[in-house]
Design a protein around this ligand. Sequence first.
Ligand SMILES: *Cc1c(COP(=O)(O)O)cnc(C)c1O
Length: 220
Amino acid sequence: MNDIQTNLKKIKDSIPIDVTLVAVSKTKPVSDLMTAYNTGQRIFGENKIQEMAEKWDMLPKDISWHMIGHVQTNKVKYMAPFVDLIHAVDSFKLLKEIDKQAKKNNRVINCLLQIKIAEEESKFGLNEQEAINLLDNEDIKKLTNVHIEGLMGMATFTTNPQQIKDEFNKIMSFFKSLQPKYPQIKTLSIGMSGDYELAIECGSTMVRIGSSIFGARNYE
Ligand SMILES: *Cc1c(COP(=O)(O)O)cnc(C)c1O
Protein backbone atom coordinates (compact mmCIF):
# COMPACT_ATOMS: atom_id res chain seq x y z
CA MET A 1 0.00 0.00 0.00
CA ASN A 2 1.20 3.52 -0.70
CA ASP A 3 0.89 6.51 1.65
CA ILE A 4 -2.55 7.63 0.48
CA GLN A 5 -3.98 4.14 0.91
CA THR A 6 -2.36 3.71 4.33
CA ASN A 7 -3.59 7.12 5.52
CA LEU A 8 -7.09 6.52 4.23
CA LYS A 9 -7.34 3.12 5.84
CA LYS A 10 -6.06 4.45 9.16
CA ILE A 11 -8.59 7.28 9.19
CA LYS A 12 -11.49 5.06 8.11
CA ASP A 13 -10.64 2.59 10.85
CA SER A 14 -10.53 5.35 13.45
CA ILE A 15 -13.84 7.08 12.73
CA PRO A 16 -17.29 5.67 13.60
CA ILE A 17 -19.12 4.09 10.65
CA ASP A 18 -21.96 6.61 10.88
CA VAL A 19 -19.56 9.52 10.32
CA THR A 20 -19.20 10.32 6.61
CA LEU A 21 -15.66 10.87 5.36
CA VAL A 22 -15.19 13.51 2.67
CA ALA A 23 -11.71 13.13 1.15
CA VAL A 24 -10.62 16.70 0.41
CA SER A 25 -8.65 16.46 -2.80
CA LYS A 26 -8.20 20.14 -3.75
CA THR A 27 -4.92 20.84 -5.60
CA LYS A 28 -4.21 17.10 -5.90
CA PRO A 29 -3.84 15.34 -9.26
CA VAL A 30 -6.51 12.91 -10.50
CA SER A 31 -4.02 10.05 -10.04
CA ASP A 32 -4.14 10.67 -6.26
CA LEU A 33 -7.93 10.66 -6.34
CA MET A 34 -7.86 7.38 -8.30
CA THR A 35 -5.61 5.86 -5.64
CA ALA A 36 -8.17 6.78 -2.99
CA TYR A 37 -10.99 5.59 -5.27
CA ASN A 38 -9.32 2.22 -5.66
CA THR A 39 -9.24 1.92 -1.86
CA GLY A 40 -13.04 2.35 -1.90
CA GLN A 41 -13.36 6.09 -1.29
CA ARG A 42 -16.30 7.56 -3.23
CA ILE A 43 -16.82 11.02 -1.69
CA PHE A 44 -14.44 13.80 -2.66
CA GLY A 45 -14.41 17.47 -1.62
CA GLU A 46 -13.10 20.36 -3.69
CA ASN A 47 -13.13 24.10 -3.08
CA LYS A 48 -12.88 25.43 -6.65
CA ILE A 49 -15.70 24.81 -9.09
CA GLN A 50 -13.56 24.67 -12.22
CA GLU A 51 -11.10 22.21 -10.69
CA MET A 52 -13.96 20.03 -9.46
CA ALA A 53 -15.65 20.07 -12.89
CA GLU A 54 -12.42 19.03 -14.62
CA LYS A 55 -11.91 16.15 -12.18
CA TRP A 56 -15.56 15.08 -12.51
CA ASP A 57 -15.07 14.94 -16.27
CA MET A 58 -12.03 12.68 -16.01
CA LEU A 59 -13.00 10.34 -13.16
CA PRO A 60 -15.52 7.49 -12.67
CA LYS A 61 -19.12 8.67 -12.53
CA ASP A 62 -20.02 6.94 -9.27
CA ILE A 63 -18.02 9.54 -7.32
CA SER A 64 -20.03 11.86 -5.10
CA TRP A 65 -18.67 15.42 -5.41
CA HIS A 66 -18.91 17.88 -2.53
CA MET A 67 -18.24 21.59 -2.97
CA ILE A 68 -16.70 22.68 0.32
CA GLY A 69 -15.49 26.17 -0.62
CA HIS A 70 -17.17 29.53 -0.97
CA VAL A 71 -19.46 29.61 -4.02
CA GLN A 72 -19.93 32.56 -6.35
CA THR A 73 -23.47 32.74 -7.71
CA ASN A 74 -22.35 33.03 -11.33
CA LYS A 75 -20.41 29.73 -11.14
CA VAL A 76 -23.19 27.49 -9.82
CA LYS A 77 -24.16 26.46 -13.36
CA TYR A 78 -20.82 24.69 -13.92
CA MET A 79 -21.37 22.22 -11.09
CA ALA A 80 -25.17 21.92 -11.14
CA PRO A 81 -25.13 18.86 -13.46
CA PHE A 82 -23.25 16.71 -10.97
CA VAL A 83 -22.55 18.21 -7.51
CA ASP A 84 -24.07 16.20 -4.64
CA LEU A 85 -23.62 18.47 -1.64
CA ILE A 86 -22.74 22.17 -1.36
CA HIS A 87 -21.31 22.79 2.13
CA ALA A 88 -21.01 26.56 2.33
CA VAL A 89 -24.38 28.11 1.47
CA ASP A 90 -24.69 31.46 3.21
CA SER A 91 -27.38 33.48 1.44
CA PHE A 92 -30.88 33.22 0.03
CA LYS A 93 -29.60 34.61 -3.25
CA LEU A 94 -27.18 31.70 -3.60
CA LEU A 95 -29.89 29.17 -2.69
CA LYS A 96 -32.14 30.65 -5.35
CA GLU A 97 -29.47 30.29 -8.00
CA ILE A 98 -28.70 26.69 -6.92
CA ASP A 99 -32.43 25.92 -7.21
CA LYS A 100 -32.64 27.49 -10.66
CA GLN A 101 -29.64 25.57 -11.98
CA ALA A 102 -30.76 22.33 -10.32
CA LYS A 103 -34.15 22.66 -12.07
CA LYS A 104 -32.45 23.08 -15.44
CA ASN A 105 -30.67 19.80 -14.80
CA ASN A 106 -33.73 18.05 -13.43
CA ARG A 107 -32.03 17.45 -10.12
CA VAL A 108 -32.32 18.21 -6.44
CA ILE A 109 -29.09 19.58 -4.96
CA ASN A 110 -28.32 19.06 -1.29
CA CYS A 111 -26.98 22.01 0.68
CA LEU A 112 -25.57 22.84 4.10
CA LEU A 113 -25.76 26.27 5.70
CA GLN A 114 -22.35 27.56 6.70
CA ILE A 115 -22.43 28.87 10.26
CA LYS A 116 -19.81 31.28 11.59
CA ILE A 117 -18.27 29.65 14.63
CA ALA A 118 -14.68 30.90 14.56
CA GLU A 119 -13.58 33.77 16.71
CA GLU A 120 -11.68 35.38 13.84
CA GLU A 121 -13.71 37.69 11.62
CA SER A 122 -14.64 35.61 8.63
CA LYS A 123 -16.30 37.02 5.56
CA PHE A 124 -18.39 33.94 5.01
CA GLY A 125 -21.08 32.18 6.97
CA LEU A 126 -24.29 33.02 8.80
CA ASN A 127 -24.84 33.68 12.46
CA GLU A 128 -27.52 31.61 14.20
CA GLN A 129 -30.29 34.17 13.80
CA GLU A 130 -29.52 34.63 10.11
CA ALA A 131 -29.66 30.86 9.60
CA ILE A 132 -33.06 30.68 11.32
CA ASN A 133 -34.34 33.60 9.24
CA LEU A 134 -33.24 31.80 6.11
CA LEU A 135 -34.91 28.53 7.13
CA ASP A 136 -38.10 30.47 7.98
CA ASN A 137 -38.11 32.50 4.78
CA GLU A 138 -41.52 31.98 3.16
CA ASP A 139 -39.99 31.96 -0.31
CA ILE A 140 -37.78 29.00 0.54
CA LYS A 141 -40.75 26.65 0.05
CA LYS A 142 -40.75 27.61 -3.62
CA LEU A 143 -37.21 26.31 -4.00
CA THR A 144 -38.25 22.78 -4.82
CA ASN A 145 -34.88 21.69 -6.22
CA VAL A 146 -32.70 22.45 -3.22
CA HIS A 147 -32.67 20.40 -0.04
CA ILE A 148 -31.07 21.94 3.05
CA GLU A 149 -29.87 18.93 5.00
CA GLY A 150 -27.66 20.43 7.67
CA LEU A 151 -24.94 22.78 8.86
CA MET A 152 -21.25 23.27 8.23
CA GLY A 153 -18.69 25.04 10.37
CA MET A 154 -14.99 25.76 10.55
CA ALA A 155 -13.24 26.28 13.87
CA THR A 156 -10.66 28.97 14.51
CA PHE A 157 -7.19 28.15 13.21
CA THR A 158 -5.55 27.69 16.61
CA THR A 159 -3.53 25.15 18.58
CA ASN A 160 -5.80 25.62 21.60
CA PRO A 161 -8.01 22.51 21.72
CA GLN A 162 -10.34 24.03 24.31
CA GLN A 163 -11.26 26.87 21.99
CA ILE A 164 -11.91 24.48 19.10
CA LYS A 165 -14.02 22.31 21.39
CA ASP A 166 -16.06 25.32 22.55
CA GLU A 167 -16.72 26.33 18.96
CA PHE A 168 -17.74 22.81 17.93
CA ASN A 169 -19.99 22.49 20.98
CA LYS A 170 -21.65 25.76 20.08
CA ILE A 171 -22.57 24.63 16.56
CA MET A 172 -23.62 21.23 17.93
CA SER A 173 -26.11 22.86 20.34
CA PHE A 174 -27.46 25.00 17.54
CA PHE A 175 -27.76 21.92 15.29
CA LYS A 176 -29.66 20.05 18.03
CA SER A 177 -31.92 23.02 18.72
CA LEU A 178 -33.01 23.16 15.08
CA GLN A 179 -33.92 19.50 14.71
CA PRO A 180 -37.36 19.50 16.40
CA LYS A 181 -38.64 22.24 14.09
CA TYR A 182 -36.61 21.38 10.98
CA PRO A 183 -36.37 17.57 10.87
CA GLN A 184 -34.54 17.71 7.51
CA ILE A 185 -31.46 19.05 9.35
CA LYS A 186 -29.47 15.81 9.73
CA THR A 187 -25.88 16.56 8.72
CA LEU A 188 -23.29 18.38 10.80
CA SER A 189 -20.14 18.93 8.76
CA ILE A 190 -17.35 19.80 11.19
CA GLY A 191 -13.78 18.54 11.52
CA MET A 192 -10.68 18.68 9.30
CA SER A 193 -7.26 16.97 9.50
CA GLY A 194 -6.18 18.83 12.64
CA ASP A 195 -9.41 18.61 14.60
CA TYR A 196 -11.60 15.79 13.33
CA GLU A 197 -11.23 13.66 16.46
CA LEU A 198 -12.47 16.57 18.56
CA ALA A 199 -15.25 17.23 16.06
CA ILE A 200 -16.44 13.63 16.30
CA GLU A 201 -16.43 13.84 20.11
CA CYS A 202 -18.61 16.94 19.72
CA GLY A 203 -21.14 15.14 17.47
CA SER A 204 -19.87 15.61 13.91
CA THR A 205 -21.67 13.48 11.32
CA MET A 206 -19.36 14.44 8.43
CA VAL A 207 -15.63 15.18 8.46
CA ARG A 208 -13.67 16.88 5.65
CA ILE A 209 -10.13 15.56 5.64
CA GLY A 210 -7.46 16.57 3.12
CA SER A 211 -3.81 16.74 4.15
CA SER A 212 -3.98 13.76 6.52
CA ILE A 213 -4.98 11.63 3.52
CA PHE A 214 -3.19 13.17 0.55
CA GLY A 215 -0.28 14.92 2.26
CA ALA A 216 0.47 18.63 2.47
CA ARG A 217 -0.87 20.79 -0.33
CA ASN A 218 1.50 22.55 -2.68
CA TYR A 219 0.09 25.92 -3.71
CA GLU A 220 1.95 27.49 -6.57
C1 LIG B 1 -9.11 22.43 2.66
C2 LIG B 1 -10.33 22.27 3.46
C3 LIG B 1 -10.50 21.17 4.32
C4 LIG B 1 -9.44 20.10 4.54
O1 LIG B 1 -8.36 20.62 5.24
P1 LIG B 1 -7.21 19.66 5.84
O2 LIG B 1 -6.67 20.44 6.98
O3 LIG B 1 -6.21 19.48 4.75
O4 LIG B 1 -7.83 18.40 6.25
C5 LIG B 1 -11.70 21.05 5.00
N1 LIG B 1 -12.68 21.95 4.86
C6 LIG B 1 -12.57 23.04 4.06
C7 LIG B 1 -13.70 23.99 3.95
C8 LIG B 1 -11.38 23.23 3.34
O5 LIG B 1 -11.29 24.30 2.53
